[in-house]
Design a protein around this ligand. Structure first.
Ligand SMILES: Nc1ncnc2c1ncn2[C@@H]1O[C@H](COP(=O)(O)OP(=O)(O)OP(=O)(O)O)[C@@H](O)[C@H]1O
Length: 928
């Protein structure tokens, strides 16, 4: 720690908090009598002298036939908890088989290596994934007894042709689901149904496997695992492994003095650059370090930065740092893994591709550049350090965004909070329909099986599939009608289709893949694409052919895509009325289009904005939104007149309040998105190459669910209707009194914490005095008292910050959700802020936001108020992916809006006005 802060003057100390976590001794148990002696001695030989108590507890439950989830910390030996019962039973019954499922190929390969190295006689363990050569696949089907695979391959390669796997299914004793907490959102919902399909097929062949699940520490693991597998599941949660002492430091990069960012806002040194510097310091110390960076591009840049710094000290050290990410070709990945294991490399900057399970022992430190989206992931990454029982250092470097800023200033939100429960919704019809089609194609579906797939919800979906002539209803059940297998069409990662191949045009070399949902933002023509530290520029993107052609070039700028969007309400499922404020949950249609990109120098300076002509993308999904009546929003002294006039399409200059049509021409707003656009987007799980199962942008852990087709990365103000201020004017210019200073006087001063995940309006609503109830000047009691011209910026800023904070409550990633704000929405008839899921049919995030509305918005408000900038910056209300160039944004106005919403909820007693509106009750019009 001293080394990494050396040379930084105390006045500029970036460390906001240091926590010392004490060491914990091990608690051990006897090897159980049921365990096979050969297996025990092999495990002993591998270094496990005495098992830990939780390992034996879980192993014994599994051996006795109970489904079990072991949910303990990183490196707590979860593998042994399933290896012991599985291997013992495979030895005892020479025909028994097992399946192992991991969300990534890297983890599967690692676990296979671990089992194979035990060298137990007769246990033919083999992998069956996208990397398995065709020639080996027949052997695996015919002989392997423990098959290591992933959900994609189970879906397309195993269940789709289950007859060829009948040997395995007849005697399937165990199914191991590793890193199961990663199965969340759309991907998790698909996997939940996939596991039900697996059980059906196993039953058909006469087996009923026991499920053993391994999970990072999560809240309610038994409940989550039971939902995932569709059966009861016991949980083992008491971690009895030893742990070395750990120092966790929270770090906020300094504001840059010489640069200002978008709209004149102050900017901080980037978390990636800061992580590169810390990584270099730690490598000089000889500490083996992993730096987790949120994006592929970020990982490349962090490694480059560290190498550059190290080359000034010692060129040999510079060679000990590399970047690692999914999307690399398998041979590149293996090479990097080996180098890290052997110590040939000392520092690796990685995306979450190295987060899961990979047993890289002896790391001394971990640097996290940016909050990885969930606490489960945070601790999973942090836990890579100190495996060998030595003391370890974890440095969390905040990115310049509201959530990270909130976290480094509220250490308890990281250090004292229980890890979230993963959200999954197997009843999502967008997931259920393709899964039922696959199930019926595997074996005709019978009425008595419907309960397994959600009962009535499943029946409705089946009726729909019959109406669409995809299934045929016969007395004996539902039958798939086509000769083609639906599994090939169904993308369980929700990445919206096949991967886009990034190919170097001159050499035809395949550099990597990107998921189709993010292709328009990451590999649009002109985009700068980084691969292994080399830079390429995209010449052509052919979405139909699935190819982006690039050439090698290293320009002195980065690119970030700009997107516009439109939203319309399709159905309101829930509505809470709070006297002038309504909060709704429902279905929406989002139309978005990448309309251009910005070229930006590393300093943050914007070079120009280049228009693009790319196709629109459409998304039907779930959203949570709130509306605010005019009388609460506007300054009463001027509001009445403004509110009375026709607002839609009205010139902004008149009342600044208009929401005109979406898809404004590129360049319509003078601002610029504040960040890396899609390039900051989710990082990939791994695609089982050869199956076509796209996963590059839709990985298994938190960064993975997010690869949704459109709209996942959009915080958008509804395009067009804004336009306050002149292009290029700064926030201060526009807002005038917009600095938070004066408003802070009347803001709630007590801190409103985030509450517990899942806490509802009622139990948190009383936590603060919302100043929105005060009357000042022309302010309506309880109202925001905003001049009409400030309203779009206030709503837009409130939307950005709310999107930034939702991951604290909804186990999602900022890039999994999007938002639209408008001063007048055609469907609601009022000022409205929408926050929507980025996946077709939704992934449960908007639902979580609705359930935790008050703690969510209170934390949002707190994040804005506690930011020291005068008028809005990336740490509070600017968004890295704003399609409208973060313009207009009104920081103080956002606080007034949030106070109004929170104040109304408090005054009206939580959810007492709860009204459930029947589905499709609203008019499905297109807004503006
Ligand atoms: N009882 C034990 N005594 C000593 N070492 C053990 C014991 N059990 C497991 N280990 C070792 O601890 C390391 C971590 O084990 P393992 O990878 O199974 O942990 P994990 O909980 O699955 O980790 P992750 O969180 O990465 O999934 C391995 O090197 C393993 O050999």
């Amino acid at each position: 720690m001293r080394r990494v802060t050396a040379g930084i003057p105390e006045s500029a100390n970036p460390v906001t908090h240091v926590a010392e976590q004490p060491a914990r001794p091990a608690r051990c148990a006897e090897w159980p009598s049921w365990a096979d002696d050969g297996v025990v001695s092999a495990l002993r030989k591998s270094g496990v002298e005495e098992p830990w108590t939780h390992q034996i507890e879980a192993a014994s439950l599994a051996h006795s036939g109970r489904n079990v989830v072991v949910s303990t910390g990183t490196a707590s030996g979860k593998s042994l908890a399933y290896q012991l019962p599985v291997l013992s039973d495979l030895v005892e019954d020479g025909r028994a088989c097992a399946l192992y499922l991991s969300p990534t190929k890297a983890l599967g390969a690692d676990q296979l290596r671990s089992v194979s190295s035990l060298d137990i006689d007769g246990v033919r363990a083999a992998s069956y994934d996208g990397d398995t050569p065709m020639a080996e696949r027949d052997w695996v089907r015919a002989h392997a007894r423990w098959v290591f695979t992933n959900p994609d391959m189970l879906h397309r390669g195993i269940l789709a042709s289950h007859a060829r796997w009948s040997r395995l299914f007849r005697k399937l004793a165990y199914v191991v689901v590793d890193e199961c907490h990663g199965y969340r959102g759309v991907f998790g919902s698909h996997v939940a149904l996939l596991l039900r399909r697996l059980q059906r097929v196993a039953q058909y062949y006469g087996s009923s496997p026991v499920f053993v699940l391994a999970s990072a520490t999560t809240a309610s693991p038994a409940e989550f695992a039971s939902r995932l597998i569709g059966q009861d599941c016991a949980a083992v949660v008491d971690d009895t492994s030893p742990r070395g002492a750990r120092t966790v430091a929270l770090w906020e990069p300094p504001l840059l003095e010489d640069f200002s960012g978008e709209n004149g806002a102050p900017v901080r040194r980037s978390a990636g650059a800061e992580a590169g510097r810390i990584l270099a310091e730690l490598v000089i110390e000889g500490a083996r370090t992993l730096a987790f960076v949120r994006s592929r591009r970020g990982a490349e840049l962090t490694a480059l930065g560290a190498r550059r710094l190290l080359s000034e000290v010692d060129t040999e050290l510079a060679g000990k740092v590399a970047a690692y990410r999914a999307g690399f070709l398998p041979e590149e990945r293996r090479k990097l893994e080996r180098a890290l294991l052997s110590g040939e490399l000392l520092g690796v900057a990685t995306t979450n591709a190295l987060e899961l399970g990979v047993d890289i022992a002896g790391l001394d430190s971990v640097v996290l550049a940016g909050y990885p989206g969930t606490l489960a992931s945070f601790w999973q990454q942090a836990g890579r350090a100190g495996r060998s029982g030595d003391d370890a250092l974890v440095v969390f470097v905040a990115r310049d965004d509201p959530l990270d800023t909130y976290l480094v200033h509220h250490p308890a939100a990281i250090l004292d909070r229980p890890v979230e429960t993963a959200v999954l919704d197997p009843a999502n019809p967008y997931v259920l329909a393709p899964q039922l089609a696959c199930a019926a194609a595997e074996l005709p579906l019978t009425t008595k099986e419907l309960d397994t797939f959600g009962g009535e919800a499943a029946r409705e979906v089946l009726d729909m599939l019959v109406a669409d002539k995809l299934l045929r209803r016969r007395p004996s059940g539902w039958y798939w009608t086509s000769k083609d297998r639906p599994q090939y069409e169904v993308d369980i990662r929700g990445s919206g289709g096949d991967q886009i191949a990034v190919v170097e045009a001159d050499t035809s070399r395949l550099l990597g893949t990107v998921d189709p949902g993010s292709a328009c933002t990451t590999v649009h023509p002109g985009a700068v694409y980084l691969h292994q530290g080399s830079s390429y520029v995209v010449d052509e993107l052919d979405l139909e052919a699935g190819v982006a052609l690039v050439h090698a070039e290293d320009p002195d700028w980065t690119t970030s895509a700009r997107e516009v969007a439109d939203i319309s309400v399709l159905a309101v499922h829930e509505r809470l009325d709070y006297g002038g404020v309504t909060v709704c949950l429902g279905d929406v249609a989002v139309t978005s289009q990448v309309v251009g990109y910005l070229r930006r120098r590393p300093s943050g300076q914007i070079l120009d904005q280049v228009p693009l002509d790319l196709p629109e993308q459409k998304l039907e999904t779930r959203a949570v939104w709130y509306t605010i009546a005019d009388e609460l929003l506007v300054d009463a002294s001027v509001g009445a007149a403004a509110a009375a006039g026709p607002r839609r399409g009205a010139p902004v200059a008149t009342n600044g309040h208009a929401a005109v049509s979406a898809h404004a021409a590129p360049g319509g707003h003078g601002g610029a998105p504040g960040g890396n656009g899609g390039a900051e987007g989710v990082e990939a799980g791994e695609s089982p190459a050869g199956t076509g199962a796209g996963a590059s942008g839709a990985g298994p852990a938190e960064e993975r669910v997010g690869s949704g087709s459109v709209g996942r990365d959009q915080d958008r103000v509804q395009a067009g209707g804004v336009g306050l201020g002149e292009p290029g004017s700064t926030a201060e210019d526009r807002v005038g009194s917009g600095s938070v200073g004066p408003d802070e006087d009347r803001m709630q001063t007590g801190s409103v914490g985030p509450g517990e995940p899942g806490s509802t309006a009622e139990n948190v609503v009383g936590t603060g005095e919302f100043s929105g109830t005060e009357e000042r000047g022309g302010r309506t009691p309880g109202g925001a008292g905003l001049e009409p011209a400030r309203i779009p910026g206030a709503l837009h800023a409130a939307e950005h910050a709310a999107i930034g904070l939702l991951p604290l409550f909804a186990t999602c990633d900022r890039w999994d959700i999007g938002g639209v704000s408008t001063a007048l929405h055609a469907d609601t008839g009022e000022a409205t802020v929408f926050v929507h899921d980025g996946h077709p049919g939704g992934a449960g995030f908007a639902d979580r936001g609705f359930a935790a509305l008050v703690p969510w918005l209170a934390a949002t408000r707190e994040a804005i108020v506690s930011c020291e900038c005068p008028a809005g910056c990336p740490s509070c209300v600017q968004s890295p992916k704003c399609g409208n160039g973060n313009d207009p944004l009104d920081k103080a106005g956002a606080v007034a809006v949030l106070d109004t919403v929170l104040g109304a909820v408090r005054h009206h007693g939580g959810r007492h006005d709860h009204v459930v509106v029947p589905q499709a009750a609203t008019d499905a019009t297109t807004s503006c």
